[in-house]
Structures are given as C-alpha cells and as structure tokens.
Write a protein that binds this ligand. Structure first.
Ligand SMILES: *Cc1c(COP(=O)(O)O)cnc(C)c1O
Length: 484
C-alpha cells in the first residue's frame, strides 16, 4: 500500500505547480488578459457566432499547454455573441468588468478563504457584511439592517421574496388567498422567484402603468381595497427602481404609504438602478426606498463589476435569518456567537465564493468618486441620445429617469415594427454597437441602455451615426422594392 500511496502522490502532486510553472501560466494568462484589454476599444460589441463554435478539445488524461487552451478560449468564447466588456454594448443591461475586481477574484481563489461562516473567517465575513451595511446606508436603511451578497439580482430577489413569504406567514394553505402586487414592467425574475418560492398559485395583481411606465397608484389603492373587502390577504408589493425596459422608477414613496396602510411587505427591485443613489442629483427620484422592507441591488450592473454579484438588503435581519438558517449537527462548532451574522444563515448557500473581495478591492482602490462620476455620465449620455435621436427623425418614449430609454424610427405604422427590427439587425451586423429591443403594450421599441463604464460620448455618437446610416439604407431598399 505504501508503494501505491507514493506512486499516487507523485501523480497527485501535479496539482501543485512549481513556482516556475506558475510563472509561465501566470504570464500566459496575463498576456491574454492584457491583449484583450489593450484592444478593447477596437473589439466588436457583437460578433456573429462562428460556423462551428463547438470547443474542440476533449478532456484527456494528459494536460495540455496553456497557450493552446487560451487560443481555444480566444477563438470560441471571446469572439462570439455579445461582448459585455465592450463600451459599445448598449443592449439589455450592459456588463461591467472593472479590472481590480478580477484581481479580487484571483486572490479570493488563490487563498480560498471561507466566507460562509463567521467562525471560519471572521475577516472575510466582516468584509462582506461591511459592504452590505454600506449599501444599506446608501438605501437609507437604519443600523441593524443587513442582507446577502448573492450571485446576481435574480437570487437576490428570490431571497427577498422567500423572506417576505415567511415573515407574512404565507403557508401552503393560505397561498391561494395571498395577493401580490406587481406591474408588467417588473423584471421576470420576480415572477420566477414567486413560482420557485411556492407562490405560483397566489393571486397576482398586475397594476396598470401610467404614461411613464410606472405603477399607477390610484389603481393600486383601489385594488387593495377590493381585495381586502373580498377576504383575500394582500401581503407583498414589488416596485422597481429602474425597470429593465425603460429605466422607470415606480412612485416608491406612495407605494410605501400604501404598504404601511395595508400591512404589505414592500420589496424594491433596484438591481439595475440602485447604484444611481450614489449620484446626489438623482437621490430624490428614489424617495421612499428607505421605507421599503427589502431591496435587490446589483453591483455587477451599477458598480461595473464583472458578472457574479447581486445583493439583497433586508431591514429586518431576524426575518431573513428565520427563513434561511439551519442548524446541522456537524456544524455545531460554527454557531457560537452573533458578533457578525454569517452569510450561510442569511441565504440558501453554505459554501460560497468569497465575493466580497471583488467588490471591496475596486471600491477601495478607486475610491467612490469615479463611480459617482461614471454613473452621472451615463445618465447624461442617455439624455444626450434622447435629444439627438429625435433630431434624426426618431420618436422616443418618456424622458429617461436614469440611463435606459426607448425609441423607434417614425414611419408608417403598418411597417414600423418590421422597419425598426431591420434597423436593429443592421446595427447588429455592423457589430461595433449592440442594441436590443422590447415590446411594451404590444408595441415594438428599440432600447438604449447605457451602463458600461466603457461607454462614453464616442460610442453614443457612433450609435447615432449607425442609426442614421441604417435608416438611409433601409429607405433606399424600400424605395427600390416599391419601384420594382
Ligand atoms: C438584471 C435585472 C434583474 C436580474 O438580475 P440578474 O443579476 O441578471 O440575475 C432583476 N431586476 C432588474 C430590474 C434587472 O435589471
């Protein structure tokens, strides 16, 4: 047996590369990252996927050289589809990727600190809780509020909704009478969360939206009256602070008042919009968010971090804890004190990535100033586009609250959708700018979403230029068709 152990050790030790090996791999990976970042300005925001995009390297017994693997990633992954690192990404909600976050991830992976439980790494848990408390202050929550650093906004929303469900005592037998209030502009992850949370059979009231795509308050009040009178149990209202479609912020303060009056849990989905709270001039638009019970806010959107970090903030930590803690016998050493709450007691996760470091490092290295500036810049770029695109003959939706807006080329109604779809396709084929579209109340709109930290005036002007060119070409094509 000793021989066998020795033999296996020899093979197993390959998992610990020598310093020289580490250096070579580090250098190769770094060269790849540098090449990517050094040419980011010229990389497309969208690339048509290659004809055969399948990865061609099988998992064999022997290792392969790093260069070959990087070449494979470069050809098959980093040059296909949307490029979220590009400043030309103006579709959906653009991605981020501030560089120090990658270093944070690197260090977290190298040291592999356990950030799930306070006992296992007090420093890591404190760091994550400090970040959460910082976001709680941003939202105007009182001391004692906490939450969780989850993997994204969808999970953050799910954590809030399961907490609301339990806090309001919505057990299986009561689900069919429980009422939830939303608008059709809510992000679909909220509906998904309701279903996952066992609330699929609850009564969902879609409150109509006003002309600015915000929840209509008189109707909400009316519906609450009706439902209460009918013996139903209103328990949750979810508002948005920055909808994905148009960036609209619901009247949070008015919703808060009704939530108080009718005893509802008030959840705010601020996954996209939340960090605009850092901009002094925009704060007023969020009035009432501090009166909510929970908030979802995505650092991988508004703080320009790479994908993998969405936070939930909860005013009543006990409620969050009651829904998510579990005491396992083999964990008995870990539950000794409450000096800091452990993420494992406040979310479905036990072992998790030490996500705090990727957020803490950029915030500390850069300071808050550039983040505030970038966010304000994005709102101004959106307003700039809002004006300019109208001069090009486009019609627009409501004036943007934040950095998302909708627009479309004004043409005969019967060809409007087809024409604007073709326009989006034209821009997509060019590749330097990526735009996406949406349908609101059955009407097709193109969206502009400015949230990449790499989007500046240059990209917005390029987008305007491409639209102008696209319109000209499409009109010529249409005219030729008619004359045939
Ligand atoms: C992006 C987004 C979500 C979903 O968050 P993920 O991080 O993609 O899971 C939820 N709500 C809003 C308003 C969003 O913009």
């Amino acid at each position: 047996m000793a021989d066998k152990i020795e033999h296996l050790e020899l093979l197993a030790r390959q998992l610990e590369p020598s310093p020289e090996q580490r250096n070579r791999w580090n250098a190769a990976a770094r060269a790849y990252a540098d090449a990517f970042l050094n040419q980011i300005e010229t990389l497309n925001a969208f690339d048509q996927p290659p004809e055969d995009g399948s990865l061609s390297l099988p998992f064999g017994e022997e290792g392969k050289p790093m260069e070959r693997l990087l070449a494979e990633i470069g050809a098959k992954v980093d040059r296909a589809g949307i490029n979220p690192a590009s400043g030309g990404h103006l579709g959906y909600v653009p991605g981020g990727g501030v560089f120090p976050a990658a270093l944070g991830d690197y260090l977290a992976a190298v040291t592999n600190r356990y950030s799930g439980i306070f006992f296992a790494n007090p420093g890591a848990v404190r760091m994550e809780n400090d970040l959460i408390r910082w976001m709680c202050r941003l939202a105007g929550y009182p001391k004692g509020a906490l939450g969780n650093l989850a993997s994204g906004g969808s999970i953050a929303n799910l954590i809030a909704i399961t907490t609301a469900r339990d806090f309001k005592g919505i057990k299986a037998t009561r689900v069919e009478k429980a009422v939830v209030y939303l608008t059709h502009q809510v992000h679909h992850c909220v509906q998904k969360a309701l279903r996952i949370a066992g609330l699929g059979e609850a009564v969902i009231r879609y409150i109509p939206i006003d002309e600015r795509f915000r929840m209509d308050i008189p109707t909400l009040k009316e519906q609450l009256e009706k439902d209460t009178a009918a013996g139903l149990e209103p328990f949750l209202v979810a508002g948005s602070a920055g909808t994905t479609d148009t960036g609209a912020i619901d009247p949070l303060n008015e919703i808060a008042s009704l939530a108080e009056q009718y005893g509802l849990w008030f959840h705010v989905d601020a996954a996209y919009g939340g960090f605009f709270l850092l901009v002094e001039d925009l704060k007023d638009k969020f009035r009432g968010i501090e009166r909510s019970d929970s908030v979802a806010i995505d650092p991988h959107k508004g703080l320009f971090l790479p994908y993998g970090l969405g936070a939930v903030l909860i005013k009543n930590v006990k409620a969050l804890y009651s829904t998510h803690y579990y005491k396992a016998n083999y964990m008995q050493d870990a539950h000794q004190d409450w000096e800091e709450a452990s993420p494992a007691d406040l979310s479905p996760e036990l072992t998790k990535h030490f996500r705090g470091l990727r957020m803490w490092l950029p915030l500390q290295l850069f300071g808050l100033q550039p983040f505030r500036a970038a966010l304000e810049e994005k709102t101004l770029l959106c307003r700039y586009f809002y004006q300019k695109v109208q001069e090009e003959g486009f019609e627009v939706g409501p004036e943007p609250d934040l950095s998302i807006m909708i627009f479309r080329y004004k043409t005969r109604p019967e060809i409007s959708t087809e024409f604007n779809e073709a326009l989006v396709e034209y821009v997509r084929k060019d590749g330097r700018i990526f735009l996406s579209s949406t349908t609101i109340d059955g009407e097709y709109w193109i969206r502009l979403a400015v949230l990449s930290f790499r989007t500046h005036k240059k990209q917005i002007d390029l987008c305007l230029g491409l639209l102008r060119e696209g319109v000209r070409k499409l009109k010529t094509a249409h005219a030729q068709l008619k004359n045939r």
